[in-house]
Write a protein that binds this ligand. Structure first.
Ligand SMILES: Nc1ncnc2c1ncn2[C@@H]1O[C@H](COP(=O)(O)OP(=O)(O)OP(=O)(O)O)[C@@H](O)[C@H]1O
Length: 265
């Protein structure tokens, strides 16, 4: 599934929150959006998944304009894990995850043996198969996030949009979720805050600053000392991971030095 975004501008309260954004995700690519807080990453994703209406520009999926798709057609093509992953009522984990099957069913159609199998397998993937009957509201932030990822998995789409999918997760679960997503071999567009993880998992990165794309390319092309200084206002050394060869950022700040100026480690 190929996504094309052309000259997209979204206005909130008379302000251009994202402006003139052009980008694309090729079939099977894992594409990351990085940028400082408030730069417009979520707004861009929300415009793509139709929560926000753009003032100008076009979004198409396999050359079909997204607004020409019905809700059901759209949900069969794109699954979303958003930052606002709350649920209004208290459902069990299994009930939440099975909601992801609804685009594949008719109104009032009962859940089938096949649906239950798919739900079970998604829960196994995120390590929550023993949580089926737990109430969602009693879960920790990280467990909730994994349930919402399982719900996206059972939608069985060929495109995933993830807004900070590793939010709340400890490092083991961050790697677990990104490994699962990568292993699906579907197209992925994800906003990520952890730049080392973005470099490790993404084929292509787009850097957003003040609502505009200011750089794009492979992690090696995009993640540079100069970009990190200019856009994220951090000092660092950019190197290669000794095992994977992927871009690795080593941050440096004043607080990492002892009072006599020597390095702590
Ligand atoms: N509904 C809204 N009303 C007013 N301002 C909004 C609204 N939604 C977003 N904004 C503003 O738009 C800007 C971009 O927000 P957005 O959530 O897209 O940024 P982000 O890059 O995802 O940030 P973060 O990294 O902090 O999640 C911010 O300044 C935010 O305050």
């Amino acid at each position: 599934m190929k996504l094309e975004v052309e000259r997209l501008t979204t206005v909130i309260e008379e302000k251009n929150i994202i402006e003139d954004i052009t980008m694309h995700v090729e079939t099977g690519q894992f594409v990351g959006i990085i940028g400082p807080n408030g730069s417009g990453k979520s707004t861009l994703l929300k415009t793509i998944y139709r929560i926000l209406r753009p003032k100008a520009g076009l979004v198409s999926l396999n050359e079909r304009e997204i607004n020409s798709l019905s809700h059901r057609e759209f949900a069969k093509k794109i699954a979303v894990v958003s930052q606002e992953g709350s649920v209004p009522f208290d459902f069990t984990v299994e009930e939440i995850v099975i909601m992801g099957r609804s685009p594949h069913k008719r109104f009032f159609e009962r859940d089938t043996f096949e649906d239950n199998k798919i739900v079970h397998s998604a829960l196994v993937k995120v390590g929550l198969e023993n949580y089926k009957y737990r109430s969602f509201s009693t879960l920790s932030g990280g467990e909730k996030q994994r349930v919402l990822i399982a719900r996206a998995l059972v939608q069985e789409t060929t495109f995933l949009i993830l807004d900070e999918p590793t939010n709340h997760l400890d490092i083991h679960h961050q790697l677990q979720i990104l490994d699962i997503v990568k292993s699906l071999k579907v197209s992925v567009l994800a906003a990520l805050h952890d730049l080392n993880l973005a470099a490790a998992y993404c084929d292509v990165l787009f850097v957003v600053d003040n609502g505009r794309i200011v750089a794009s390319g492979s992690p090696e092309e995009v993640i540079t000392k100069t970009m990190l200084k200019e856009i994220f206002q951090v000092e660092c050394t950019v190197t290669a991971h000794p095992d994977t060869g992927k871009v690795q950022i080593l941050y440096v700040s004043d607080g990492m030095f002892t009072s006599n100026g020597s390095k702590i480690c």
